[in-house]
Design a protein around this ligand. Structure first.
Ligand SMILES: NC(=O)CC[C@H](N)C(=O)O
Length: 238
């Protein structure tokens, strides 16, 4: 089957090797949009050929990368990212970044696609996971904050687009007042925090790609899924 190219139906793949892929699927199934959404759980290169776009869930980025390699998916995923819209949440955001620090010895395989450098587990360890209300540019009903769930989330260290890359749009920053304060975090000390520091960036769009360091699929709020379809997927099909 060829990917759908008209707007009545879109095929969204969810990388289903490890992590919160079922939660993304449940959220997509609840969306009410004009388009019919066909969902493919992606485990093989053949699954990927059916997709107009892809969501890479949160989970463990090293495990997802390893399982992708074992499934023969690393190369096809890298090719896919070059031409089709991809949204990475948390671990998925790490995989979509062009560079990641704090990776295991020997480094970590990434897909790239977004001109962003992240630090794995940059907000601290599992016990330092946190939730925070986020203001998000461009969401439906954007006066209503989005509930950000951060679980061993990556921190954005820098945005590094080259002149030929699509422009980067900062979609959401966490308020410095809401950032967690702890010993292990790599964030600047409370008193020197600048609201424009890259570490406050928690959602970024670059052309057809979207990166969120938190987990919209673990909330009951479908606005980010709608945003991905409207801002990233549909424009790429027209
Ligand atoms: N919730 C998550 O997806 C955690 C990401 C995890 N810390 C990683 O490095 O892959």
């Amino acid at each position: 089957m060829q990917p759908s190219t008209h707007r009545e139906e879109i095929t969204i793949g969810i990388l289903a090797l490890q992590g919160a892929f079922v939660e993304h699927q449940a959220m997509l199934q609840k969306l009410s949009l004009k388009q019919r959404i066909h969902i493919v759980q992606v485990r093989t290169p053949e699954d990927l050929t059916k997709c107009d776009s892809l969501i890479i869930p949160g989970g463990e980025s090293t495990t997802i990368a390893l399982l992708a390699r074992l499934a023969g998916l690393l190369g096809p995923l890298r090719d896919f990212v070059k031409v089709k819209p991809v949204w990475g949440t948390c671990a998925g955001a790490i995989l979509l970044a062009q560079a990641a620090e704090g990776t295991k010895k020997g480094g970590q395989e990434l897909l790239g696609g977004m001109s962003v450098t992240v630090m794995r587990n940059g907000f601290g360890s599992q016990v330092e996971s946190f939730e925070a209300p986020l203001e998000v540019e461009g969401l439906r009903d954007s006066d209503r904050p989005f509930h950000g769930v951060f679980i061993r989330a990556p921190v954005v260290l820098s945005l590094d687009p080259s002149p030929s890359d699509p422009a980067i749009e900062i979609v959401s920053r966490i308020s410095t007042a809401l950032l967690p304060y702890n010993q292990t975090t790599l964030l600047p000390d409370e008193d020197v925090r600048d609201p424009r520091d890259p570490s406050t960036i928690v959602a970024v769009r670059q052309g057809r790609h979207l990166l969120t360091t938190f987990h919209p699929e673990l909330t009951k709020d479908d606005r980010f899924h709608e945003y991905f379809i409207q801002r990233c997927v549909l424009p790429s099909l027209s």
